[in-house]
Design a protein around this ligand. Structure first.
Ligand SMILES: [Zn+2]
Length: 314
């Protein structure tokens, strides 16, 4: 091939990639005043703090005025992608317990979020965490990194995996036991490396598996043979069987080729097949320093936090 022809092909590919990065119209995720929440969500809600929300399939992503509308919309878009791939009963169970996603933004800490404010030992916490019916998430950049999506979006999907896990008993009694058995089997047979985060406990095991379902996991998971749903099925069929009772599809993967376009007002949202999305590899942008901190808590600590939260809120 002549160098000129090769150059022309490269240029064409570059143009195609450029156009495929146009972003997704997110005008369907309208940011509304907090008093427009469905009535059950307004019961006991601190409206001195909360000012606005965007709905993700009925699950509100809400905040004070210190979080950008963009972060609410992009988070709602991501959770919409996950929730439309839930098995029947799970979304209803989450909404029945008024599951919400609460973001803290510039000038705030996790302790600013009223539901977890007292007692608060999260002043220096970065990232996200799931409690009984609230997922808290820090507003940071949604910049793509070398996994082909954004760290904070992966945290959001991981934590939402815990939220799904927390309604197992409401939707399908017995599924937690099946998860615990799968976890014991994975430990006994070293299916995952022993120091892998998924091996922390059964909760993290499920959440990392759920991330994998949407390819919203990390580069290291690809290196250990858990890059996507089909590898999960092949390499850990027990965990796959549990995930498959909570998740369907997916008809959506968390990839950088789709993100809310701040400038897009009226074009219809791009819909792509999973196969198309796989073809569109991400831009490899550098993640900002300090954004790689996962705020991981072990099961025991998490239980303490949840117990405290239950005490505070009856
Ligand atoms: Zn976790």
């Amino acid at each position: 091939m002549s160098p000129l022809l090769r150059f022309a092909i490269l240029l064409t590919a570059a143009n195609w990639i450029h156009f495929s990065w146009a972003g997704t119209d997110c005008s369907e995720y309208v940011v509304q005043p907090i008093d427009k929440l469905p009535a059950p969500y307004l019961v006991g809600l601190n409206t001195t703090f909360y000012k606005k929300f965007a709905s993700a399939n009925g699950i509100p992503v809400m905040s004070s005025d210190n979080v950008t509308d963009y972060a609410l919309k992009e988070s709602a878009r991501i959770i919409q992608g996950v929730t439309r791939n839930l098995q029947p009963g799970f979304l209803d169970a989450l909404i029945a317990r008024t599951e919400r996603i609460s973001m803290w933004g510039s000038g705030e800490t996790a302790c600013s979020i009223p539901e977890v404010a007292r007692p608060c030992f999260l002043q220096h916490f970065s990232g996200g965490m799931a409690f009984d019916n609230i997922l808290i998430l820090q507003e940071t950049s949604f910049e793509c990194d070398d996994r082909g999506n954004a760290w904070i979006g992966r945290v959001l999907i991981h934590e939402f995996g815990h939220s799904i896990n927390f309604v197992f008993d409401d939707v399908q009694p017995g599924l937690q036991k099946q998860l615990d058995d799968a976890y014991a089997n994975a430990q006994a047979n070293q299916i995952w490396p022993p120091d892998e985060y998924a091996m922390t406990d059964d909760y993290e095991y499920f959440a990392v598996g759920e991330q994998t379902w949407f390819e919203a996991n990390e580069v290291r998971h690809c290196e250990m043979g858990f890059c996507n749903k089909s590898q999960l099925q092949e390499n850990d069929p027990e965990l796959y069987a549990v995930e498959a009772q909570a998740l369907t599809g997916p008809d959506w993967l968390y990839k950088c080729d789709e993100f809310c376009d701040p400038d897009s007002k009226s074009e219809p949202a791009k819909k792509r097949s999973v196969a198309e999305i796989r073809q569109l590899r991400p831009r490899f942008l550098k993640v900002k320093p300090g954004f790689r901190k996962y705020g991981y808590f072990g099961r025991k600590q998490k239980k303490v936090i949840r117990d405290d939260y239950s005490k505070l809120h009856g």
